[in-house]
Design a protein around this ligand. Structure first.
Ligand code: ZN
Length: 59
């Protein structure tokens, strides 16, 4: 994913900055502990699609 794209993508819940997890192809929010999937190169920024991260697994 291009770095510039990451700068304009924010969490739909808290509008905070997201972190790209290239191992899992996810965008993670450290504030909500949610991980948004990236499908076919397109980030799915929907709370319903997000995975809840365990509190001790944050980056
Ligand atoms: Zn958030």
């Amino acid at each position: 994913m291009h770095h510039c794209l990451l700068e304009i993508i924010v969490c739909p819940v808290c509008h905070g900055k997201l972190n790209y997890n290239k191992d899992n192809f996810e965008l993670t929010c450290n504030f909500d502990h949610l991980a948004y999937p990236i499908r076919n190169g397109i980030p799915v920024l929907l709370k319903n699609e997000a995975r809840q991260l365990p509190l001790d697994d944050r980056q």
